[in-house]
Write a protein that binds this ligand. Structure first.
Ligand SMILES: C[S@@+](CC[C@H](N)C(=O)[O-])C[C@H]1O[C@@H](n2cnc3c(N)ncnc32)[C@H](O)[C@@H]1O
Length: 296
């Protein structure tokens, strides 16, 4: 395996035969099962969990789409909370793990996030926990597609890698927090299985780019959250934003760690909405968003 920073030398998405999300699907879920659970919507390794954060509000009776659902813990949670849920993912391997965990009350569909196989205005709400967005070359292409399948006033809530994390080495150790790359360098980290096949790619954009891509796709930004790890005493809402409820098992997940997270953010959560029929933002028009969620 060869890895590097810069433009991937091979265009297009990873080759399904060697793609990380295909080949490692079962191991990925097994490794993180304690943190992800089966039917909990956990937004990030910091442990921010929908059951207490309430970023989506009451989903009962709503048509809900989970984008980049992986093993579909989020869609499973939404179905158990009364939503009509669908999860989409590009990876047949991740969907197979999801099917193995059970699909009672919701559907799974293999699809690319930037080409959703649904009619216009079919959903009330879309969400994603680190699904698809870190791995696509154009955020706007996904946002526009999500906007298309949402009804007027629909909401789009997602977590992704905090752009600030890009500047540091991919290490959970706070001693490694030295700036290695320019924050303003819009490029990628990639892995090649061999000279002809891309197996993994993750793209970097700035925080400004993240917000601009949403707005240019027709969304209003309702909330920007930089989740913190919980204090030793448990979850608290800090001045910088909400804390998770527990955080990843053992306080570590890749470059995410409780020790590093005490110093710098690693996750970004954006809550956005389309204008409603009256021209007001979806969150306000629907009145579903809690004014001050406990951990959010
Ligand atoms: C970090 S996992 C997150 C999975 C799940 N949301 C969770 O929290 O466990 C990223 C998921 O995004 C999917 N993915 C990556 N690129 C995608 C794309 N372009 N369209 C749809 N899904 C994609 C991967 O297959 C993988 O299942």
């Amino acid at each position: 395996m060869i890895s590097g920073y810069g433009s991937p030398p091979i265009d297009g998405p990873p080759d399904p035969e060697v793609a990380y999300w295909e080949v490692e699907a079962a191991d990925y879920y097994r490794q993180h099962a304690a943190s992800l659970g089966r039917d909990r919507l956990v937004w990030c390794p910091e442990g921010l969990e929908e059951a207490s954060a309430g970023l989506l509000g009451d989903v009962r009776g709503l048509k809900v789409l989970e984008v980049g659902c992986g093993a579909a813990q989020g869609a499973r949670w939404a179905a158990s909370a009364g939503a009509l849920a669908v999860g989409i993912d590009l990876s047949a391997g991740m969907l197979a793990v999801g099917r193995h965990l059970g699909t009672d009350g919701f559907a799974l569909v293999q699809a690319e996030a930037a080409a959703l196989p649904f009619a216009d205005a079919s959903f009330d709400l879309a969400f994603s926990a680190f699904g698809a967005l870190p791995f696509v070359p154009s955020l706007a292409a996904v946002h526009r597609e999500v906007a298309r399948v949402l009804r007027p006033g629909g909401r789009w809530v997602f977590s992704t890698t905090h752009p600030f994390a890009w500047v540091f080495p991919d290490s959970p150790d706070p001693a490694d927090l030295r700036v290695k790359r320019s924050y303003f360098e819009r490029t990628a980290y990639y892995e090649l299985h061999d000279a002809a096949r891309l197996s993994y790619v993750e793209y970097h954009v700035t925080l400004g780019d993240q917000v601009r891509a949403l707005i240019e796709s027709g969304f209003t930004l309702d909330q920007l959250i930089e989740p913190q790890w919980p204090d030793a005493d448990g979850a608290t809402d800090g001045p910088a934003g909400p804390a998770g409820a527990g955080g990843a098992a053992d306080g570590e997940w890749g470059a995410w760690s409780r020790a590093r997270g005490a110093l710098v953010p690693s996750t970004l959560v954006l809550c956005a909405s389309l204008a409603g029929a009256s021209g007001t933002s979806g969150a306000n028009a629907a009145g579903r968003r809690r004014s001050q969620p406990r951990h959010a």
